[in-house]
Ligand binder design. Structure first.
Ligand code: SAH
Ligand code: SF4
Ligand code: F3S
Length: 485
């Protein structure tokens, strides 16, 4: 694990008499210093350093936000705990599907129980679920033991909210409908020393009719290329070799900047950063994937041969109702073009089964796309009705049983093709970035190929974080066994 803070800070020397400054990020440094004092008092009462636990639900965006929360908590002086029996617990929530939502309520009961045993315990909830007013109402009325509730736009304010909670004594709720700014230069901890996610844009403007993300993450905002490059240069100095560029739709990056810049050009710029050996990105909306991007990927030595290209449905009629803005034919043409230019590319996708009005014929179109596009893997989802989205008010919601029947048929096809596609590298030598010593067998290490497939091969901890050429000997479905080449 490695630490990262742009400005060298000495929180202990900060003058707290003067009151908080207005401008960010200095305001947050002030509150971190303040919380550090509270943490010291707490340490005396508890007899040990106060501990924290951050539980992340949902996607890479949330994972990245959790790293920021972790960075702040560590600056304040909290130490990581192994589980939720900690002095400060954060649930960073997801609401993209109903089951993600239910899991959080389920686990809150357990937290309440822990809190009864440890009155010093504080519980914070943040993330996408909190951006929904009916959730916050429910928390206020039935979950009074929760201490802090905040959303997706003010993650950087954690220290200030903790200080508010300390001073007020009651539940603090701070939810913003939109982000007013992007605050840079806050503490941050990336989970692995050798790889890190990097936000390039926040929010989404696409309003796919089934999707709640634009409502809970706000409008699309790109970070400036200078800030992105500076962050990656810093990560590189700290030993990071692989970065994952994150955005709901990376292909529309930069359109909202004062001097607009394409995603492809941003990649070209990032490619030049010394020390960075692998570049990944997520997610690509098919409607915005440019010729320029294909050309840049083709010419690049660092960009991984992997594209996550969510199709959602293979039926043009359903795609239109989903507001995806491409047809089945346009999607397949795009896949063909990509495969022609970059033959060794791995394609992965997301598919929703049971969108309102989806017929068996529509579903067969989806199967057809899967067979033709030949994905290395696919995330398949049962359609989930999200309050406030256009699709939620559509008629012809598909019955649960029928949805599940289709889902099972799809899964079988997806997995069969995935296995076939994954095994096509057998016998070749591939660069593998080693992530860890294998949990089951200590004589093996585990790493990932450029296309994200896992590889196990004989080795030891000294290889962690290194790119190693490995001969792939045997494909076991969705992973390989290999030997150092
Ligand atoms: N921005 C990304 C997706 C973010 S959500 C993109 O456009 O590709 C991740 C995936 O969750 C989506 O691709 C979609 O397949 C799925 N998803 C989103 N809303 C859903 C819903 N209401 N029901 C089921 N699956 C959903
Ligand atoms: Fe949701 Fe569509 Fe935006 Fe992806 S592009 S986050 S699916 S609205
Ligand atoms: Fe979930 Fe929010 Fe991501 S709703 S999928 S955590 S953007």
């Amino acid at each position: 694990m490695s630490r990262n803070m742009d400005t060298e800070l000495d929180l202990d020397k900060m003058d707290l008499e003067q009151g908080p400054p207005q401008e960010e990020p200095r305001r947050q440094y002030y509150f971190m210093a303040k919380c550090r004092q509270y943490a010291k008092q707490l340490e005396e009462e508890l007899g040990h350093r106060p501990t924290f636990f951050v539980q992340t639900f949902g996607c890479q965006m949330n994972a990245r936000d959790s790293e920021k929360l972790t960075g702040i908590l560590e600056q304040i002086g909290y130490v990581p705990a192994q589980d939720e029996q900690a002095d400060f617990v954060v649930y960073n929530t997801c609401t993209v599907r109903e089951n993600a939502n239910q899991r959080v309520y389920g686990r809150l009961g357990k937290l309440h129980h822990y809190k009864k045993d440890n009155p010093h315990m504080r519980i914070a909830l943040c993330g996408c679920m909190m951006q929904e007013s009916h959730v916050v109402e429910k928390l206020k009325s039935s979950y009074g033991f929760v201490d802090i509730v905040f959303g997706t736009h003010n993650v950087y304010k954690l220290a200030e909210l903790m200080a508010d909670r300390q001073e007020s004594g009651g539940m603090i709720v701070d939810i913003w409908p939109e982000a007013d700014k992007i605050v840079e230069e806050l503490p941050n901890r990336h989970k692995y020393a050798f790889k890190s996610g990097v936000n390039i844009s926040f929010g989404c403007n696409n309003f796919c009719s089934y999707c709640i993300v634009p409502y809970v993450r706000g409008r699309e905002r790109s970070r400036s290329p200078e800030d992105i490059v500076r962050e990656i240069e810093k990560l590189s100095r700290e030993g990071v070799v692989e970065i994952m560029l994150l955005g709901q739709n990376v292909n529309s990056y930069g359109k909202d900047l004062k001097s607009p810049m394409s995603f492809a050009r941003l990649l070209t710029r990032i490619e030049k950063i010394e020390g960075i050996q692998r570049i990944r990105f997520m997610t690509s909306h098919p409607k915005d994937l440019s010729e320029e991007l294909i050309a840049v990927m083709k010419a690049s030595r660092k960009i991984c041969r992997h594209l996550h290209l969510p199709v959602q449905s293979g039926s043009t009629r359903v795609l239109k109702a989903m507001n995806r803005k491409y047809t089945k034919e346009q999607y397949l043409e795009l896949v063909e073009r990509i495969r022609r230019e970059i033959p060794d590319i791995s394609l992965t996708t997301d598919i929703i089964v049971g969108f309102p009005g989806e017929t068996w014929e529509d579903f067969e179109e989806t199967l057809d796309v899967v067979r033709r596009a030949r994905y290395d893997s696919a995330f398949t989802f049962l359609y989930s009705k999200r309050t406030g989205t256009l699709a939620a008010s559509m008629e012809n919601q598909v019955p649960e049983e029928e949805m599940k029947r289709r889902f099972d048929v799809l899964l079988e096809v997806v997995q069969r093709i995935g296995r076939e596609m994954s095994s096509r590298f057998t016998g070749t030598v591939q660069e593998v970035l080693v992530e860890e010593v294998n949990a089951q067998d200590e004589t093996l290490v585990t790493g990932r190929m450029g296309n994200n497939l896992l590889v196990h091969f004989p080795g030891d901890a000294t290889l962690i974080g290194k790119l190693v050429p490995v001969r792939l000997e045997e494909c076991k479905g969705f992973y390989y066994m290999g030997k150092k080449a």
